[in-house]
Design a protein around this ligand. Sequence first.
Ligand code: GLA
Length: 377
Amino acid sequence: MIVRTPPMGWNTWNTFGENINEALIMETCDAMVEKGLRNAGYQYIVIDDCWSMDERDSEGRLQADPVKFPHGMKYLADYIHSKGMKIGMYSCCGPRTCAGYPGSLDHEFIDAKFFADNEIDYLKYDYCYHPRNLNCSTLYNRMRMALNATGRDIVFSVCNWGDDGTLEWIRAVGGDLYRSTGDIEDSFRSIMDIFNSQINNFALSGPSCFNDMDMLVCGMNNKGNVSAGGCTFEEYKTHFALWCMAQSPLMIGCDVRNVDDDILALLKNPDLIAINQDPGVRPIIPVNMFNEERYPAYAKHLENGEYAFSLTNLEDETREVFLILADMGLPLDGHWGFKLRDCITGEEIDRVAEDIIKAEVKAHSTKVFRGKLVRVR
Ligand code: GLA
């Protein structure tokens, strides 16, 4: 199965860590439907680490923790499927998962069958405790083959943090998305560090090969498992805008049962999601600003011939920022300009942008525009 656009969904880890259970998953699934997130495109409910018993059963199979998941995983899969969504689960290449539960090393085929028997649609596969005598690509190739052998379509979410030359072999071994960095934290610094580390790595992104910059922290407000001070709303906006421009998977990490209205609207923003889901999956082009360090800006070709632009302000105050169109090759002869829409507010900009795109951007915020190149005169 080809995964044509970046997977979208929700994952337990960022907010709940090991504190997961059946009721949480069902309530979250309900909230995703009731709050319009499913219809906005968020499809997968992913149960991360800490779902299993400490030991396998007498036949070597993984077993769900009966206190956390009293009806087992197939029950949840049925519930999630009945709501028109899909279910993801988690395991690890090593003998133990990152949190110390049984990992899939040397049990790949039996575990893949367990996931398929439970009608799981997506597997996140981690890299803790991996053996040093087997290389990373072999371990991921082995699990991909095990998943394929089940005959069930299962999205393969590789989570080896970009280690061991991932870009060289990730397409070969059949990963559909690959974690390119260490774990995100709920802070603006973590968001920008992750994004900056990947600016030159998007060329490989395409169907069934999405650069996964980790789950979203939007709306976490410094509560949960990856707290590190939290972010302002404008910082969460920058996070979401950049993950959309770069076409990273969009896995919500906050408690959607209690999500703030402004965050919910951001996560459902149709223009930003359309950029994230653009079938062309063209990498972003860095475009010069008068001060690139403080005002990073990117352009992107979209499949219908339009273009998207993002302008970020890293200063601590509102600033007027300028994106120089000549820097992406637009002739300076005054004949061409961009007719744009502000993707976050939905406002159509009357004035055609010639030579520069100019915008007032709040501290640590990002503006995103989309539109056509038009003949001016
Ligand atoms: C690793 C992964 C995280 C999460 C935890 C679970 O750190 O990178 O995304 O899955 O393990 O223990």
